[in-house]
Design a protein around this ligand. Structure first.
Ligand code: PLP
Length: 392
């Protein structure tokens, strides 16, 4: 099919819930994508932080193919090797104790919220179920995770929402203390707010929150759906904050492009979700888990160091262009935000770059770049050249 045919068919039969860019994607190689007509696009998006190994990565393709030939699915009423191995790797590399596998970020966060509430229920009984989240956060699109999201615009249309969330300002311990109360069981946060505009939390703040959580026996819940799996230059962002969260959610990059998510919990939380309390039909799918194992094998410590170096290279390259529309850059690893100066429109900038063959994202008031972690220097240089040509 041609791009125009695909767009027309989509318009006719798929619900109009996304503001799509006017591009159809057919295939990719490395960090470069192609439309059906063969036009190339340098990818600074990875889907939305998903395809950490880029496109056509041979070990990933081989592992998926081999596993699909052996076993594509069996329920969680039976044991399978790929999920067990992936859970082992995640625990050994992070210091967490156990894993529950699910399918998407919002669903993983639901599990994390359930775990926190049951931890408190088991220990203190009813009435201690409130979770404090941060203003400007994003935690998902389910009825509950919309409410966990600390942005008023998301608390609309779908009433009634789930009760039991209060909000505090990021990087402000006083604001968190003001939101405290006898009804609180947990604090939930992204260590770098993604959708909110690529805003990293301060190390001192996060460590102070962890301490407060320990004093009050609140669980510290880290939403690493976007920051996890190498994106920030360590396997998980919390490893750069010197803390071990009680529970961590992950999703986007975990299987390099197949739908998979989950939560990891520390030893204290190991037994909270016992048999019958939590489940999901597709969770721990063997093909997704086999893909996840390739991601883990690829993301060696040396590879993660390179992610940091690539992030610095790209940020310096963007700042050196001195484009009239861009201010400062910020972020961690290959999770990069760019300020858009007053008088310029982020969506217009994104569209202009895409017209010129560079895919980018927006977030909060600015631009957001989440390139595949395998992106090469040549591909980054091509992307920078497109920025220069399109935006000078
Ligand atoms: C993307 C994202 C989610 C939601 O994940 P889905 O897979 O779309 O449900 C939740 N939290 C954060 C931090 C995210 O970036």
């Amino acid at each position: 099919m041609t791009s125009n045919e695909i767009k027309a068919l989509t318009g006719q039969y798929i619900m109009n819930t996304y503001g799509r860019f006017p591009v159809a994607i057919d295939h990719g190689q490395g960090a470069t994508l192609y439309d059906p007509e063969g036009n190339a696009y340098i990818d600074f998006t990875s889907g939305i932080g998903v395809t950490d190994l880029g496109y056509g990565y041979q070990p990933w393709v081989d592992a998926i193919t081999a596993q699909a030939k052996k076993l594509g699915h069996v329920s969680n009423l039976f044991y399978t090797e790929p999920a067990a191995k992936l859970a082992e790797t995640l625990c050994k590399r992070t210091g967490e104790n156990c894993v529950f596998f699910a399918n998407g970020g919002g669903e993983a966060n639901e599990g994390m919220i359930k775990l926190a509430r049951k931890y408190s229920f088991d220990k203190y009984g009813k009435g201690r179920s409130t979770i404090i989240t941060l203003n400007n956060s994003f935690h998902g699109r389910t009825i509950t995770t919309l409410m966990a999201t600390g942005q008023e615009v998301f608390h609309n249309y779908f009433f009634p929402f789930t009760e039991g969330f209060r909000y505090a300002d990021a990087n402000d311990l006083n604001s968190l203390e003001a939101a405290a109360g006898d009804d609180v069981c947990a604090v939930m946060m992204e260590l770098v707010q993604g959708e909110g505009g690529v805003l990293p939390l301060d190390v001192e703040y996060v460590q102070a929150v962890k301490k407060l959580c320990e004093e009050k026996d609140w669980l510290l819940l880290a939403d690493e759906v976007q920051t996890g799996v190498g994106r920030t230059g360590t396997l998980f962002a919390f490893q750069q904050y010197g803390i071990l969260p009680d529970v961590v959610s992950f999703a986007k990059g975990i299987a390099g492009g197949l739908p998979m998510s989950g939560i990891m919990a520390n030893e204290k939380c190991r037994s909270v979700l016992g048999p019958g309390t939590h489940a999901t039909t597709f969770g721990a799918n063997p093909v997704c888990a086999a893909a996840g194992l390739v991601v883990q094998e690829t993301l060696s410590d040396a590879f993660l160091e390179e992610v940091k170096a690539k992030g610095e290279y790209l940020r310096k390259g963007i700042e050196a262009l001195n484009l009239p529309c861009f201010g400062k850059t910020r972020g961690m690893g290959l999770m990069i935000g760019i300020e858009v100066k007053d008088g310029y429109n982020k969506s217009e900038i994104a569209n202009k770059l895409i017209e010129n063959g560079l895919l980018v994202l927006t977030a909060g008031p600015g631009m957001r770049l989440l390139p595949p972690l395998v992106i090469t220097k040549e591909e980054m240089d091509k992307g920078l050249a497109i920025m220069k040509k399109a935006l000078s």
